[in-house]
Structures are given as structure tokens and as C-alpha cells.
Design a protein around this ligand. Sequence first.
Ligand code: SF4
Length: 238
Amino acid sequence: MTTRTTLGRPLLVAETFGPTFQGEGPSCGQQALFLRLSRCNLSCPPCDTPYTWDTSRFDLREHTHRRYPESIISWVLAHPTNLFVISGGEPLLQQDRLLPIVTALADAGRRVEVETNGTVVPSPQLVERVASFNVSPKLAGFAADKDAERRINPAALSTLATSGKAVFKFVVDSVAELEEVADLEARFGLRPIWVMPEGVRSDVVVARMRQLAEEVLACGWNLSSRLHVLLWEDTRGR
Ligand code: SF4
């Protein structure tokens, strides 16, 4: 839908979906509406939303539509669902266009969470209106080699860590990767920390959670499942 509005330029959107359950992190299990924005500044090989950025496998024109802020606000307000999650791709690449949406929905009493890879410094205006940033810095084994210099942005991580509004969620595939999480925690003061198993199959997610649980407890961190995978495997839009 491309209803013209006075709230700014349209956003590049991959999909909207919900109500469904937030499947990850501190709000796991809560009913939520999702806006998935297109485009990303990283190119992680295990990415589960490559249709937002990977031009070698997808024609992004077929997987992108332009939506004006007012159209998205109307869609959210047509539902009673309190939690609205903005995901991607990397949503902060479009943060100027997001601000009127976040502002209108916060004013309407909705809780707005933004998921980000932690490589883009959020504006003070966005920090003020967003309820929570769910920050997921990419570990060396998850990111592409060509993103080695880009995957950790000290300025962005420090801004998010001191905002008082961020939680840090690390996708890991083995206990060995927890050392890298501990290093980033110490370097940037990242907390609270959530560890989440990599995997788009329920059996893999459960097995990795069991492998990680004791060490995550010992580190004083939190453990996240991937509820949407446990329920619906890798079905898109759930
Ligand atoms: S940062 Fe997230 S959306 Fe971007 S390529 Fe990596 S996993 Fe995919």
C-alpha cells in the first residue's frame, strides 16, 4: 500500500506481519506486530532474511514495497496488539523515516522495539521515543569475512549501551563462542545480555539451548529460545 502522507518519505519494506508472538529475547512470548524493513549493511551467510539484502540470490525489487509512514501507523493502530517490533534487514539504515512512525505509536501508548545489528548510531530523537533496542552484534563466525571491519562499531555500541534502553542478544552456535561475547561485554559494557542459539529448525534450537544453558548461567547472562522456530520452523512471516 502506498497511501501518500505528510509524515515523510516512504520506507523500503520487506513485509508486515502479525499479530504473532515475539519469538526472541526479553519480550519472547508476547503478542506483537512486525514491520520488516528491507536492506542491510552486513551480509551474514547464515542470515534468515536474505531477501532483504542479498542481490546475488534475490531480485530485491520483487521483495520490496514502498510504504508511507501513515499507512504503517494505520495498520498498527487497527490492531489492539500493544507491542510493535521493527526488524530487518537493518532498520536503522532508515531511521529518519522511522521516527514519525515511532513517535506516533509511542504517543498512542504502544510499545515500540527496534531490532538492530548494532552498527549504526541511533539518533537522540529515536532513542527518546523507542521503548527498547534489541541489539544483536554479529560474532566473527556469523558475519561474512568481508564485513570483519564493519560488524563491530564502537560508537554505535557505546551509544546503545549508555542509552539505558538496549538489550544485547548474541546468536551463537557453540559454547566456544561465548568467550567472544564476554570480550564484547567487557569492552563496551554491554548489558543485559541474552544468548540465543543459531538455528532455523526446532530440533537444532533445542539441542543448542541445552548445550549452552549451564555456561550461560555461569556467566550471569540470560538465555533466549526462538519461539517462532519451535512453533513454526522457518515459515516466513510468523
Ligand atoms: S545483520 Fe541481520 S539482517 Fe543483516 S545480514 Fe546479518 S543477520 Fe541478516
